[in-house]
Design a protein around this ligand. Structure first.
Ligand code: AMP
Length: 367
């Protein structure tokens, strides 16, 4: 019996387990949080990531280990690697945890990025802004996700308040990009080096949080797809990466600017559960277990919405024809991802019609 260990027991861990059960896999999670969505579908060790006794118990009998969120302490992954193979390897995590290293890495790999500069003092910031210009973004280098730890700088008047709010930790300033759209690519590489790419996804964010993903991407093109695949391949091979990797881009015309990467399964790939022949979750498991990868082909055009903050009544969601509903078993809290829904529908008229009804439901909830 193969048992997969997952650091983190959030919704990504939960969906990994749900994808693994049909393949006969078992799962164990390590997570200190009081509420853990994955606990409902697998065994959980509740302890801090840096608790070495807990890590040891967690590692017992595992075939392989992985992680479902990129802020897991690097030392925990390194320690765990003494007992069991951890994929993706800690190098990917190290790069992905620090926005500055990530941008320097992208540049080294030939991925264009918006102009950026490290910021450790107000005078660094002022200097960076003379080069980057307005509008700009001030971001924390570490522990930022879902738009947390960011401040837009539209004019000089925003600089001091943003500095006051984020100071005290390593920061980064970058150009605020006026993009046509945000796209992401999900790529997967197995231990034996097999590579697959999902079609480009078009993502809409609100308040820094992903709201909606659509595949195929309306702003995508065969050229952009090829370009994104080349970038992903360069990174996967350089890092000797095993598992699913997500890279987020801003697109301007036919140019991709890399924003960030996530060394894990990603929210912009949730549509693939029903919308692709083999989902990102199953392919991540296949990759880390060194099994043949599944097809990343689209079943039909798909759209995914996150359910954020408050859930619409389940009955109403279920009454929308063809809608796939995923609830994570979390308690409601503002700005919290509680679930997602996916519509896989080849007929554009029907897709639009169901999507409009869905949006009305989501609007009613946020009112
Ligand atoms: P991040 O946490 O860096 O992925 O940022 C979350 C979201 O904030 C992105 O998906 C964008 O919608 C927005 N954002 C972040 N950085 C920039 C930027 N430099 N220019 C424009 N929008 C940005």
């Amino acid at each position: 019996m193969e048992r997969v260990g997952i650091l983190g027991a959030g919704q990504l861990g939960r969906m990994l387990a749900l994808a693994g059960y049909p393949l006969g896999l078992r799962f164990r999670f390590l997570d200190p949080a009081p509420e853990a969505p994955a606990e409902q579908v697998g065994e959980r060790v509740r302890a801090a990531f840096d608790d070495s006794n807990a890590l040891r118990a967690f590692a017992h009998d595992l075939t392989v280990a992985t992680y479902e969120f990129e802020n897991v302490p690097l030392e925990a992954v390194q320690r765990l690697s003494q007992w069991v193979t951890v994929s993706p390897n800690p190098l990917a995590l190290e790069v992905g945890q620090d926005r500055l290293r990530e941008k320097e890495f992208f540049t080294r790999m030939g991925l264009p990025v918006p102009p950026f500069a490290p910021v450790d003092s107000l005078s660094d910031l002022e200097r960076a802004l003379t080069r980057i210009g307005f509008p700009a973004m001030l971001k924390t280098r570490r522990l930022g996700y879902d738009g947390k730890g960011q401040a837009p700088l539209w004019t000089q008047g925003d600089v001091q308040p943003a500095w006051e709010r984020l100071r005290g930790q390593p920061l980064l300033a970058e150009q605020l990009v006026r993009f046509d759209a945000e796209l992401s690519i999900l790529a997967v590489r197995s231990a034996r080096g097999e590579l697959r790419y999902y079609p480009l996804v078009e993502n809409r964010h609100g308040g820094g949080i992903l709201r909606r993903s659509e595949v195929p991407a309306p702003h995508g093109s065969p050229t952009l797809q090829r370009q994104a695949e080349q970038y992903a391949r360069a990174i996967l091979e350089e890092l000797n990466y095993v598992g699913v990797l997500a890279i987020e881009f801003f697109v301007i015309g036919e140019t991709l600017l890399a924003n960030e990467m996530a060394p894990r399964v990603h929210n912009s790939g949730h549509w693939s559960i029903e919308g692709a022949v083999c989902s990102q979750f199953e392919n991540h498991l296949r990759a880390i277990l060194d099994w043949p990868l599944g097809s990343t082909e689209l079943v039909a055009p798909s759209v995914m919405y996150n359910l954020i903050g408050k859930l619409p009544p389940l009955e109403q969601l279920l009454s929308l024809p063809g809608l796939h509903v995923h609830l994570y078993g979390k308690s409601a809290r503002p700005a919290r991802k509680l679930g997602h829904v996916t519509l896989v529908e080849a007929d554009a008229v029907r897709r639009t019609e169901v999507e409009q009804r869905l949006r009305q439901l989501l609007l009613d909830e946020s009112a």
